[in-house]
Design a protein around this ligand. Structure first.
Ligand code: PMP
Length: 308
């Protein structure tokens, strides 16, 4: 299978040609912000749908604003770049993309020139059947007053990297972060939800989490409509996880990924929970467009009649 081409500053290039200068702030200080997006192939519609692009672009702008980047792109430019990436590679399959803005100038204070690339890659689903065996990380989530997780910059993921490598070294699949106040925050690249005493609960946006688009999708529409439950947003204590009935991570990359144990305490019967399973199926049908509700969330990539 051909290696996908990368869209970089207006051109599709090979992976070998997608390079950044070593003295750029992007390379030296990880001065970049990004979005992780998925596009889903719908065979019967003969169409590739990107999920919630406008919301990703809005958050991308917020990250660039907080990082004081010079921003030369309109939303129309971003839409065009994503479409060129997907049509230029003639994808007719599910694809994950990283949309990355970076500072090409040198030095700590550089805010320009800003570059843009989109790196598409084939990425499967995560542990949808088996679920993840999680631990509470001994690494704290970075706090809003240090390096805010609301801001989706590459450097933030060093916090996640430390925790995931520690979790794997200790024999777990994935870590769950507590914040500086000892409350549950999120996973490395995903938001956390649990079902406890029949309620579906997730930490508030003030608990040092990314303001996740999947989280919003679940709160506003999917939970009320697919499982008839309103999400409760409140602080969560560590030990609540040990006695939760079910839990899962969610995110554009993680979709709905079940958690089956925390610190080796099995959740429920230790298998993927029924509510999690139902939500996962509902989510996948909506993102792929086999469920036709919420068409405003799906951007079709190909002109209707095109067969590539
Ligand atoms: N938290 C972090 C740290 C993430 O990187 C992600 C993935 N973007 C999420 C949560 C989930 O966010 P979203 O639903 O917008 O993909």
């Amino acid at each position: 299978m051909a290696e996908p081409k990368i869209w970089m500053n207006g051109k599709l290039v090979t992976q070998a040609d997608a390079v950044l200068p070593v003295n750029s702030a992007a390379v030296f200080y990880a001065t970049n912000v990004f979005e992780g997006l998925r596009a889903y192939w719908n065979e019967s519609d003969d169409q590739l749908y990107c999920f919630r692009l406008d919301e990703h672009f809005a958050r991308f702008r917020e990250s660039m604003k907080m990082m004081r980047f010079t921003v030369p792109y309109s939303d129309a430019d971003l839409h065009a770049a994503v479409k060129e990436t997907l049509t230029g590679n003639a994808f007719r399959e599910d694809i994950h993309m990283h949309l990355v803005a970076y500072v090409a100038g040198a030095g700590m204070e550089a805010t320009s020139p800003t570059g843009l690339y989109i790196n598409p890659r084939r990425r499967g689903r995560i542990a949808e059947d088996s679920g993840l065996r999680c631990c509470i990380s001994s690494w704290a989530r970075t706090s809003d007053n240090a390096i805010p997780i609301r801001l989706k910059c590459g450097a933030n993921y060093q916090n996640g990297r430390l925790a995931v490598l520690q979790a794997k070294a200790d024999g777990y699949d994935a870590p769950i972060f507590l914040n500086q106040h000892g409350r549950v925050a999120e996973g490395t690249g995903a938001t956390f939800f649990m079902i406890r005493k029949g309620q579906i609960v997730t930490p508030p946006v003030t608990s040092d989490i990314l303001e996740s688009i999947t989280r919003t999708t679940l709160i506003e529409k999917l939970c009320p409509e697919a499982i008839g439950m309103q999400v409760v947003e409140r602080e969560i204590a560590r030990t609540e996880l040990y006695v939760a009935e079910e839990a899962f991570f969610c995110g554009s990359g993680y979709e709905i990924t079940p958690i089956t144990s925390v610190d080796r305490f099995p959740l429920g019967d230790g298998h993927v929970g029924a509510i999690t399973q139902k939500l996962s199926t509902a989510y996948m049908n909506i993102v792929r467009g086999t469920d036709k509700r919420y068409p405003e969330w799906r951007t079709p990539v190909y002109p209707k009649s095109a067969k590539v």
